[in-house]
Every structure is written in structure tokens, then in C-alpha cells.
Design a protein around this ligand. Structure first.
Ligand code: GAP
Length: 380
């Protein structure tokens, strides 16, 4: 874990919060590459959990809400001491509320609004990505257990008789997502006495972190617990009756996903007789897709040709980087640690025949290819 934490700091993925004041337990900051990696994971989640399906809606609800929300949801009575209390308003108009411990409640509370706006038939779902806060007694293990973190949650509303079918559907989607981001997860059926107060069945998706196996994500059958507690229901046109839908909830932590991706991709090997560290990130989530180098920094014709290639590629892939700092070996090492799948070097031959050197991150192998072939190579 120390090696991952150190790489994250060295290369600008994740920094300790308030570091110049000695840090602050349970809080972390994302740097440039961390932001992009996290954003790529979130984008893929939105695609796989929302846009790939019919009858899925997006939302973005507030972190603080009317205190009645967390009272009705059972959070105040079950986790009161773990919830961040806050004062809303000033002077005599103060309302005591709490920072949300899960994004889910925002979705439940808007249930009626979503129905009125979109008139969906069951089953349908609402997904959101957002911050959640828990006053964890012992924040630990880097970004594994934080006091401020981010969740990607779907609340999927179904008829009670169909809950098992849709539980299985989301289970498969979660397993595929793990595979797509290069993470090997292990399912654990959570026993009754360890489930949250609202759940009748929970599967934890666990991951082998450097400190041992622990929870990565959860899939819960929340029954009609939340909608009932918020006095919400649904008019089932098919049978002409009002019913309270049941809920399947795939809940994924963003930061734990980032940590699992980093731990899965962190690799040490030897290349050309030298030890090296690299992140074997899946191409679709790597913060930098390809880096373009002029062989020599002080040869204007190489620099200008390299910038030309850089600008051309950047039109297609927003995350292309230009680097002319230090010698080529150093630039490779830096890109390896960021997890950049390809490095492209422009040299004197490029000026003659429009070919470049394309280096593969994992094998370190280099091939000579035409500039016109770069798009298809990098995309693959
Ligand atoms: N809405 C359901 C819910 O919040 P949870 O299992 O308490 O369920 C869901 O949290 C996910 O949020 C976890 O699987 C984990 O990925 C993430 N998570 C929970 N607490 C966390 C913490 N203190 N730090 C980082 N991530 C956390």
C-alpha cells in the first residue's frame, strides 16, 4: 500500500488533505491524473448503469436536505452518531440537518417528481453520482475508509414478485463493470445479522486490497422500506391499483473503485535490465491515452513536428500529452507510472518519411509506424 500511496503523491493522483497542516484523518484530495482517472470511471459507470438501459434516469440531488428525510429513512436512529451534523441558516432561523451518508435518499425523495416528469412503467431506475459523508470512527487504509467519499448509486424500482430477476440483472452488470475496469471482485453473501437495517438480501463485491480482502461495492434488495417510510407509492395502470414498488440497489464507491483499479494495475518488472514501475490500466480509463515526445528538446524542427502530431491526435482523443522534459528514458518512466498505454516519439526520420516510434507500455516494445496509422493503433 505504501508504494501505491507514494506513487499517487509523486505523480499527482492523490494527496493527503491539508497536508501542510499535518493532514486530516479521513480526507484526501485528488490531483490532476486522479481527477481524470476518477472521471473516466464515472463516465463508464454512467454509460453502463444508466445510458445503456431503457427506463433509467439521471439525477443530481443536494447533499443537505430537510431533516425529515434522514429521520424517515432510519439513518438518524440507526447511525445518528456517524452522521455529520450541520446548522442551516443563521440567527434564530437555524435548522439542524446532516450531510447525507448515502446518495440514495435523494433519489427516493424525488420518486414522485420523476414519475410526474417521465411517466415510466415499472421497472425503472434512477441513478446518481455524488458525495456522501460518514463520521467514521477509524478512517483508514488510504482512500478505502474516508469521512468524505463519493458514491455511484442506482435505485431500481420493481414489482415485488420480480425482485429476484432484477437482483440478478444488476449482479451481472456489476460483475461486467468490474471486468471492464480491470478489477477482480469476489462475491460475498452478507449474513442476516450483518445487513443494513433496510436490506433483505445483500451481496458484497469484495476486492483483495493490499491490506486484505474488503468490501468494494454492494448490491442490496431494499424491499419497499424506503418508499414506505417516505409515504410514497405508484399507480400501476396495468392492474389499476396503487402499489409500493420494491427496490434493488447497486451501490458503488467511486474512491474504492479508484483504489481497486490502482491496486490491480500497479506492476513492478524489469525492462532493459532496469527495474521499473508501471500502471497496467485499461485503455479506456487511463488518464493519458498517449504521450507525444520530440526526441530532442533543442531541435525546433522536431519540436514543431511533434506538436503537429500532438494537436492532430488531441482532436480525436482529449487526453493526449506533450512532453519534452528530460531525456527519453525519464519521459518513458513517468508515463509508465501514470499508466499511459502508448508513447510516440518524433525523430529525424519522421521529418523524412512521416513515420514515428510507437512504444507499448506493457511490453516496452517499439515499432515504426506511419503517422496516418496512429489513430487506429491508439484506438484499438
Ligand atoms: N446506499 C447504500 C449504501 O450506502 P454502503 O455499503 O454503506 O451502502 C456503499 O455504501 C458503498 O460506498 C460501499 O460499497 C463503498 O464502496 C462505499 N463506501 C462506504 N463507506 C465508505 C467510506 N467510509 N469510504 C469510502 N467509501 C465508502
Amino acid at each position: 500500500m505504501e508504494k501505491i500511496v507514494s506513487l499517487c503523491k509523486r505523480r499527482g493522483f492523490i494527496y493527503p488533505n491539508s497536508e501542510i497542516y499535518g493532514g486530516f484523518a479521513g480526507f484526501w484530495n485528488y490531483g490532476h491524473y486522479g481527477v481524470i482517472l476518477k472521471e473516466n470511471i464515472k463516465c463508464l459507470w454512467k454509460q453502463r448503469f444508466i445510458f445503456d438501459h431503457e427506463n433509467m434516469f439521471a439525477t443530481d440531488t443536494s447533499i443537505i436536505s430537510n431533516p425529515k428525510v434522514l429521520e424517515a429513512s432510519g439513518h438518524i436512529s440507526n447511525f445518528g452518531n456517524e452522521i455529520f451534523k450541520t446548522e442551516v441558516g443563521t440567527g434564530e432561523e437555524i435548522t439542524i440537518s446532516h450531510l447525507r451518508p448515502e446518495t440514495a435518499q435523494g433519489i427516493f425523495v424525488d420518486f414522485k417528481n420523476v414519475i410526474d416528469s417521465h411517466h415510466p412503467k415499472l421497472p425503472f431506475g434512477v441513478g446518481q453520482i455524488g458525495k456522501a459523508f460518514r463520521n467514521e470512527i477509524s478512517p483508514r487504509d488510504f482512500i478505502f475508509r474516508q469521512r468524505e467519499f463519493e458514491q455511484m448509486e442506482v435505485e431500481y424500482f420493481v414489482k415485488e414478485a420480480e425482485w429476484e430477476k432484477y437482483f440478478e440483472m444488476w449482479r451481472e452488470i456489476m460483475n461486467k463493470f468490474a471486468e471492464e475496469i480491470g478489477v477482480k471482485s469476489h462475491e460475498l453473501e452478507v449474513p442476516v445479522d450483518e445487513r443494513a437495517h433496510y436490506s433483505k438480501r445483500t451481496i458484497d463485491f469484495q476486492f483483495d486490497y493490499p491490506f486484505g480482502r474488503g468490501e468494494l461495492w454492494g448490491l442490496a434488495y431494499r424491499t419497499d422500506f424506503d418508499l414506505k417510510n417516505h409515504n410514497l407509492d405508484y399507480f400501476d395502470e396495468e392492474n389499476g391499483e396503487r402499489i409500493v414498488p420494491h427496490v434493488i440497489e447497486p451501490s458503488l464507491g467511486v474512491d474504492r473503485s479508484v483504489l481497486a483499479v490502482l491496486a490491480s494495475s500497479y506492476t513492478e518488472d524489469e525492462l532493459g535490465g532496469e527495474p521499473r514501475i508501471y500502471l497496467k490500466l485499461a485503455k479506456n480509463i487511463a488518464p493519458v491515452r498517449a504521450a507525444v515526445f520530440p526526441l530532442l528538446k533543442n531541435k525546433p524542427e522536431l519540436v514543431s513536428k511533434a506538436r503537429e502530431v500532438y494537436v492532430m491526435l488531441k482532436k480525436e482523443f482529449p487526453n493526449i500529452e506533450f512532453d519534452d522534459n528530460g531525456n527519453i528514458g525519464k519521459r518513458y518512466r513517468r508515463q509508465d507510472e501514470i499508466g499511459t498505454p502508448y508513447c510516440i516519439t518524433i525523430d529525424f526520420d519522421t521529418l523524412e518519411d512521416n513515420t514515428v516510434t510507437l512504444r507499448d507500455r506493457d511490453t516496452g516494445e517499439q515499432e515504426r509506424i506511419a503517422i496516418s496509422e496512429l489513430f487506429s493503433k491508439i484506438k484499438a
